[in-house]
Design a binder for this molecule. Structure first.
Ligand code: NAD
Length: 377
């Protein structure tokens, strides 16, 4: 008997200017006084935090800012942020930024009230419980972290990129305001957009997908493939920015109740070892994993080629799959995303370590085609 489940309790508010309604939204969640606002220096430099902080403070909220984090956020920063959360007796975490700020915010909301380090939760030494309310405001159109149960944190001492995963890590509220993404530089727009595309592809194709995730993933793929080239060329294009933020949300809702797979497992290994931007790391592996995976469930792979309009309805499955791999390769080339050989620091002698980390990743078993260490290599 077939069965599936789908779960996402996050309240979603999307619209231009929506962040100015944050005080009323927090109030309706019963959050009334002190909040830790988690962001990063790039987002602050872009001028996105000042108006929101002013609006919150003028509505009576005490706001303390934690911004000591960088892309591929470290466990050490989460621990510092958790101490600040406790010092100010925060009631909730409002994370405003890309995946790095949102994931750090989630880890702080966990480690603040409960103590310990992110690794304690990943390795089962502590339980996911008593997590402070999490409010996420994405400023990139990429990770979908605003609706997922995950927080991806790198253990500084070992370079292990860990995924904290629990239903209670889903934000109570996601506020999506496309205006906050207009300042994203073109290269970050490209990389984060491809990350969202990979979420849709892997959420759709993985072994533990479900019909709701597939419906969301199909819509996300269509949206992202048509909007990303426009948002990349013209960051001020309101329609393309709206579409990308919507596309990354749908992709987050797709994989958030399914999983990611081999592309992400390799990408996270690369990110942990070399600090490669997450979207770039996904992009370099995508065509190769698609070629490997497409021997499994060929009709499904042909279908996603048609969703993304790389193939026509009239193409045979074999032709559609070839067009999928060529289409995805050209798509990322046109966004000027570097290739593996162009990435700083990456060395062939490290490949066995990359493989080892990818094999340890909990999402490897979800890949549509069973993948071994030799396959990864
Ligand atoms: P990011 O958050 O690391 O941001 C990249 C850069 O863009 C930063 O320098 C940041 O300051 C800047 N930036 C962000 N928004 C900006 C804006 N509006 N204007 C100007 N600059 C801006 O990038 P990301 O790709 O959004 O997040 C990547 C992280 O998210 C990785 O650690 C990845 O592993 C993780 N991730 C998490 C999930 C999840 O479900 N939790 C899913 C996918 C990826």
């Amino acid at each position: 008997m077939k069965s599936f489940n789908y779960y996402c309790p996050t309240k979603i508010e999307m619209g231009t200017g929506k962040t100015m309604e944050l005080p009323e939204m927090l109030n309706s969640l019963g959050i009334g006084s002190s909040i830790l606002l988690v962001s990063d220096p790039g987002v602050i430099r872009a001028g996105l935090i000042d108006p929101i902080q002013t609006r919150l403070e003028s509505s009576g909220y005490r706001v303390s800012i934690f911004d000591s984090l960088a892309p591929n956020p470290r466990d050490t920063d989460c621990i510092t942020g958790a101490a600040q959360f406790n010092d100010i007796k925060a009631e909730a975490v409002v994370a405003i930024g890309g995946g790095s700020a949102m994931d750090t915010g989630k880890a702080i909301a966990l480690c603040g009230p409960n103590g310990g380090t992110p690794a304690d939760y990943v390795d089962g030494r502590r339980e996911y419980t008593n997590i402070a309310p999490i409010i996420c405001v994405p400023t990139t159109a990429g990770t979908g972290s605003e609706v997922t149960r995950s927080s991806v944190i790198t253990e500084a001492a070992t370079h292990r990129k860990m995924t904290l995963k629990h239903a209670l890590l889903r934000p109570a509220l996601a506020v999506l305001d496309p205006e906050l993404t207009y300042s994203v530089p073109a290269s970050v727009t490209a990389a984060t957009g491809v990350d969202a595309l990979v979420h849709a592809i892997e959420g759709y194709t993985c072994k533990i997908t479900n019909p709701i995730s597939q419906a969301l993933g199909a819509s996300a793929m269509q949206t992202i493939v048509s909007a990303l080239p426009i948002a990349y060329k013209d960051g001020q294009n309101e329609e393309a920015r709206y579409a990308m933020l919507k596309g990354s949300l749908l992709a987050g809702l797709c994989f958030g109740s399914a999983d990611v797979a081999a592309v992400h497992c390799l990408a996270e290994a690369l990110g942990g070892l070399y600090d490669t931007p997450h979207g770039v790391a996904n992009s370099v592996f995508l065509p190769y994993v698609l070629r490997f995976n497409s021997t499994e469930n060929r009709p499904m792979h042909a279908k996603i080629a048609r969703y993304m309009r790389f193939a026509k309805d009239s193409d045979s499955d074999d032709i559609a799959i070839e067009k999928l791999i060529n289409g995805v390769t050209a798509f990322t080339e046109n966004l000027n995303i570097p290739k593996l050989k162009d990435l700083p620091g990456v060395q062939k002698k490290d490949f066995p370590r990359i493989v080892e980390l990818a094999m340890q990743n909990g999402s490897t078993p979800s890949n549509v085609r069973t993948v071994t260490a030799d396959d990864y290599l």
